[in-house]
Design a protein around this ligand. Structure first.
Ligand code: NDP
Length: 399
């Protein structure tokens, strides 16, 4: 059917590449391009025996001209951005210049401010529309599948959704006292920021980890979870009519939180450069260099993830509640891909999002969040490509 250019070759990209290769009827060709080409070549050698033709390239995704040259050379149908959020705008600029469709899994965040918002990417709406190309924002799990679950619940189960609680539980144990399960810099920036939720048409801000709840997760059991700001709240607040409140909770173990607190207290999570013996060092980037590479956690991580959304609203004049979630087993993911479930649950929807654009099932020139599209083909594909979901009609609510 066509060709995808995948930018970045970390944990999430490795899963997406493997899934694209399994789906060779759609992904006939892949070009893997990243900062470190040797990583792309390693992945290429793993999958080059299959039907999908793989090429590799070196690119600095902060360099718009280099990206334009690469896209003009490779002529992909879709660019799948699996580098870091800092590169989103440069890659979107290159897609505009070459009239190429764009997919990512995380919204833009300036490198020097730990604040992620959609405003920068939404500013491209008119230009993408005029160019006749589609940008699909946030095609990971959260954001990503959580938005698809929301669109699906609205389409099939509710006349109006009033409350959404997104619950992200990772009950995996990797045996390290402290490690992050995706890019440490992005992860720590996210969890050390103030929390917030959407209520009655406005943001309510909280201190980091201020709101704590315990939830009894299907197939996992009781876990403590904490309210965080999360990017899909911003788009769901606009795209789910009649919504009254959206919150996002993530589980963390005691050891993770204690280490994080200590690191924060001594300044190791700061993104402000400091002068160290004549060199400029960003403490958080130095910390990242010390921590285990998330891609190396696969063999050690045991346990499951459970990520999903509890919806409350009205159907045929009656109040109604449903809970749609996916459960993923770290060891099963490792056996299949060599990576743990956090990379898996992001890489699979990244492939599916690119597939939706490649096959033309989703085609809407402009810049769109995932819940703006028909959820049905995506929901079908989730089960087919390794992330089956379940729906429970009588879940416990979060107070
Ligand atoms: P990794 O750090 O493992 O991989 C990032 C990759 O991007 C690396 O290969 C890195 O290259 C490459 N890269 C970084 N900077 C550049 C650059 N300037 N030019 C070219 N390549 C570059 O991250 P993950 O795989 O864990 O995460 C990938 C993305 O997925 C992130 O944006 C993350 O926020 C997002 N994510 C989304 C989730 C969701 O549910 N929506 C969940 C988890 C992650 P090098 O190898 O040289 O370092």
């Amino acid at each position: 059917m066509g060709k995808v250019l995948i930018i970045g070759c970390g944990g999430v990209a490795k899963v997406a590449i493997q899934k694209c290769c399994q789906n060779s009827a759609v992904f006939e060709e892949i070009c893997i391009a990243s900062r470190t080409k040797s990583k792309c070549d390693e992945v290429k050698s793993k999958f080059s025996g299959g039907k999908t033709k793989i090429t590799t390239a070196q690119v600095d995704a902060n360099d718009v001209n280099a990206l334009i040259a690469l896209i003009n050379q490779e002529k992909p149908d879709v660019v799948l951005n699996l580098a870091l959020p800092y590169q989103d705008l440069a890659i979107m600029d290159a897609c505009l210049a070459t009239k190429t469709n764009y997919v990512d899994t995380a919204n833009y965040e300036p490198e020097d401010t730990a604040k992620f918002e959609y405003k920068w990417q939404w500013a491209y709406r008119a230009r993408f529309e005029q160019a006749g190309i589609t940008a699909l924002l946030g095609s990971g799990f959260d954001p990503g599948v959580t938005g698809v679950f929301s669109a699906y619940a609205l389409k099939h189960s509710f006349d109006e959704i009033h409350y959404i609680d997104i619950l992200d539980c990772n009950a995996g144990d990797h045996g390290y006292p402290f490690a992050t399960n995706f890019n440490p810099e992005i992860n720590i920036r996210e969890v050390s920021a103030n929390g917030s939720y959407w209520e009655d048409g406005k943001w309510v801000e909280t201190k980091p980890m201020e709101i704590e709840r315990t939830y009894d997760f299907p197939e996992i059991g009781e876990k403590k979870m904490y309210l965080l700001h999360h990017e899909e709240i911003e788009s769901l607040a606009l795209n789910i009519p009649g919504i009254k409140r959206i919150r996002f909770f993530m589980t963390f173990g005691e050891s993770y939180l204690t280490h994080l607190r200590c690191l924060q207290n001594v300044g190791m999570t700061s993104i402000k450069p400091i002068d160290y013996e004549g060199m400029q060092i960003v403490p958080l980037q130095f910390l990242k260099a010390l921590l285990p590479d998330p891609a190396s956690l696969g063999p050690r991580t045991k346990g499951k993830t459970n990520i999903g959304c509890i919806f409350r609203g009205m159907k045929d004049g009656q109040e109604k509640t449903t809970y749609i979630y996916n459960i993923c087993d770290h060891q099963k993911c490792y056996q299949e891909t060599g990576l743990q479930a956090v990379a898996y649950t992001t890489g699979v929807p990244a492939m599916i999002g690119a597939m939706m654009l490649m096959t033309g099932k989703w085609k809407k020139p402009g810049v769109h969040n995932i819940e703006e599209f028909d959820p049905d083909p995506f929901m079908d594909a989730l089960g087919q490509w390794g992330l089956p979901w379940q729906e429970s009609q009588h879940p416990d609510l979060v107070d």
